[in-house]
Design a protein around this ligand. Structure first.
Ligand code: SF4
Ligand code: SF4
Length: 725
């Protein structure tokens, strides 16, 4: 019998297992993770029962890919869960920021554990900074029981706000074992089918305004999470019964609300243990506490209830955003406050800010005054020592044993002086006068004339249509770099952009969420080497059906033609070994690997169709160099004005509107539209020739009455090889 599904209403679970049980109850569809104690047991506990409950589960190749797969599922509207230790958060950070700003459509919970005290190795770090950095809500349980209830709460918050939500444990909570009351495992029988809308402004980063809007949306989601927690603390039944569903919910999140059988008091994101008496004037002490320190405090409270009789405690479950109103109201009754939190003084610093902003006179005890350490985990004895020191400092009757010396302020930095802040050896820097902003006409990103990526996406769109789909029916996840330009009209091919190499993980998650139609992932060669290989490995291991389209121009073209491992040259131009993408793909276990010249349009279309129909992971490499150096690919072309029927039978001018090449010029003449080719920039890729249904675009030599020379495609290939060398 699996530890998570033993019969009975009470189970003995560790913190990790409690999180897994809650995720199971919340109906997760996809669960991913990377092993690393102290978080490993969350996924380990789910693996044996995943099939029974219809959960796609995996140990991913790394934490970044784990997050991307979970995100793909959440973007397709499903419920996902991802688990890792704190070091893994650093690995996934690149995608995390991007995903945090886009938000999710189905709820997604990120469970991570800080190894406070370093029991398992690796850097001791405070993952709460990532919640601040990403504007994501973060809940911090104090016990395994709270790990259970807060994971449930996290799913509710994620669903109602559209934000991925962190549940952050620590080693002490993840490994502790407790008997706890659990809810029912409710698998939603009426699950909505997986779907994903094409919304570039939300799911790509390809325009500055979109990025700014997404950042603003992330902050709004965070504020909404804070508001929901505040409502929950005031009237939990409101949220638990779903009455707040949709209130202020950002567009795109799902209307589903979980019913909860969890006792309401266990879902509290913030609550106060009131003191029973007023302390002597000038000596009123309170405690603000988060995480496992609350468990230590509870034990001390049981040992010496008389000490706590006049000491109120504000317990924070949601640590980001902090409930500022509750903290402010709490502080306003106090003369001094003790802040109990492990690792860095994040809450303490914000408490100081609240005190300053509200003109309060409250003395703060914690890490900044050297009472408590910033390194290592807290313990019962440590908290007890801190309380004893405070007794001495504020003149309370001593209750606790004499404290041992605590003065660890490792890492605390000297507050900069005004002179240092101003820099320049204390001299105030002059204020620079900025020129008035100049308005510029908006312009969409487009591929250069003749770019092989345009050919590739054009072929893909044709392949999709020839398979009987519309372009709105087949998702192509995009990636960072010039290949993302394929999201723009008229190609409209790419749907998402997250981080380097993320397109394949996102595509895998969407397939595992249940998208039945073909799903493709597109990326460039640089992106493939950067992080795409890990995603490819993962997709092969997962056994999904998808096509990875690698647009290989053998260099980092968008940033200035820097070499990558496929260039065959080092940065200084000296020759180096050329990494072979096809061999790497085969080495990852891909059987279907095809390398083509994207300028060979019919073969490209046929191969892409074939790949989309073939089970497993298929890799299609469209290999051709960047055309920015203006080398002709075929023979130069021009529009034969005699044959061109623009405005006289060719109303939609596909050479212009379907190809989107900047070298095809369209002027709206009074008599008839005039289509011409800008021969100064055209590199004769032939795409507009293919698009013209009336054979009106021809080699210039032919138009001039000269005979064409030789095999143009062969000449083009030769030129490209010359360019590569
Ligand atoms: S041949 Fe047509 S599509 Fe290709 S670069 Fe020239 S104008 Fe553009
Ligand atoms: S597609 Fe052909 S016929 Fe139509 S406008 Fe272009 S060149 Fe002229």
């Amino acid at each position: 019998m699996n530890v998570l599904t033993r019969p009975g209403k009470r189970l003995f679970l560790t913190g990790d297992e409690a999180v897994a049980r809650a995720a199971l109850e919340c109906g997760i569809d996809v669960a991913t993770g990377y092993p690393g104690n102290p978080s490993t047991k969350a996924i380990t506990a789910l693996i044996p029962i995943a099939k029974q409950y219809g959960i796609a589960i995996e140990w991913s190749v790394n934490e970044k890919v784990a997050l991307e797969v979970a995100t793909g599922a959440a973007w397709a509207g499903k419920r996902s869960f991802v688990a890792m230790k704190m070091s893994g958060v650093n690995v996934m950070a690149d995608s995390l920021l991007s995903i945090a700003h886009s938000g999710v459509r189905g709820p997604m919970v990120i469970y991570t554990v800080d190894d406070v005290g370093v029991y398992y190795g690796m850097v001791e770090q405070d993952t709460r900074y990532y919640a601040q950095l990403t504007s994501l809500p973060l809940l911090m349980p104090a016990s395994p029981e709270e790990a259970y209830s807060m994971t449930r709460l996290a799913f509710t918050l994620s669903e109602q706000t559209g934000a991925p939500v962190f549940v952050l444990g620590t080693t002490a909570v993840a490994n502790a074992i407790t008997a706890m009351k659990v809810g029912q495992i409710e698998r939603d029988s009426e699950k909505c089918p997986a779907s994903f809308p094409r919304d570039l402004a939300r799911f790509t980063k390809a325009a500055p305004q979109w990025c700014r809007d997404q950042h603003s949306d992330a902050i709004k989601r965070l504020e909404l999470a804070g508001e929901l927690c505040r409502n929950m603390a005031n009237d939990e039944n409101d949220v638990l019964t779903g009455e707040t569903a949709g209130r202020g919910r950002p567009q795109g999140s799902l209307p589903h609300i979980y019913s909860s059988r969890v006792p309401t008091e266990r879902m509290q994101p913030v609550f106060t243990l009131p003191a029973t008496e007023q302390g002597a004037k000038g000596k009123r002490l309170g405690i603000v506490v988060a995480g496992v320190s609350f468990s230590y405090l509870q034990e001390l409270r049981q040992r010496a209830p008389q000490w706590f009789a006049d000491v109120p405690v504000l317990k924070l479950g949601i640590v980001h955003p902090l409930p500022r109103q509750e903290i402010e109201s709490f502080l306003s009754q106090l003369d001094s406050v003790l802040v109990l939190e492990e690792l860095d003084p994040l809450i303490e610093t914000q408490v100081l800010a609240i005190i300053a902003e509200n003109g309060l006179h409250v003395r703060v005890h914690g890490k900044r005054n050297g009472l408590l350490p910033r390194v290592g985990d807290y313990s019962l004895e440590l908290v007890q020592s801190a309380l004893a020191t405070i007794d001495e400092n504020i003149g309370r009757l001593p209750t606790w044993t004499r404290p041992r010396k605590i003065g660890n302020t490792a890492g605390m930095q000297e507050m900069p002086t005004r002179a240092k802040l101003n820099g320049n050896n204390g001299h105030v820097l002059p204020v620079l006068k900025m020129p008035a902003p100049v308005a510029a006409l908006p312009r969409s990103l487009e591929f250069c004339p003749g770019c092989p990526h345009r050919m590739t996406y054009y072929a893909l769109n044709r392949a999709i249509e020839q398979l009987g789909y519309t372009r709105d029916e087949v998702i192509t996840t995009g990636d960072v770099g010039c290949t993302i330009i394929g999201m723009n009209a008229p190609l409209d091919t790419c749907w998402t952009e997250v981080s380097m190499g993320a397109s394949i993980g996102i595509a895998q998650g969407m397939k595992q969420a249940g998208i039945e139609r073909p799903v493709l992932a597109a990326m460039g060669d640089g992106t493939f080497y950067h992080n795409g290989i890990a995603g490819l490995l993962n997709a092969v291991q997962s056994g999904v059906n998808l096509t990875l389209l690698i647009l290989d121009n053998s260099r980092s073209a968008m940033t200035g033609m820097q070499p990558d491992p496929g260039t065959g040259r080092r940065s200084d131009g000296t020759p180096s070994v050329r990494a072979d993408i096809a061999m790497i793909a085969r080495g990852c276990g891909v059987e279907y690997v095809k390398r083509l010249d994207p300028y060979q349009l019919p073969e490209m279309v046929a191969t892409l169709q074939d790949a989309m129909r073939t089970p497993g992971v298929c890799v299609v490499i469209a290999e051709a160099p960047c055309t920015t150096q203006g080398v002709y690919i075929n023979e130069p072309v021009q529009v034969d004005q005699q044959a061109c029927l623009a405005g006289r039978g060719c109303e939609d001018t596909p050479c212009y509107h379907k190809v989107g090449c900047p070298s095809v010029l369209l002027s709206l003449d009074d008599v008839k539209p005039l289509v011409t080719i800008d021969t100064a920039t055209c590199v004769a890729c032939g795409l507009c020739v293919d698009a013209c249904p009336f054979d009106a675009i021809k080699p210039i030599e032919q138009l001039n009455g000269h005979k064409s020379h030789g095999n143009s495609t062969f000449a083009g290939v030769q030129l490209r090889h010359m360019l590569q060398e």
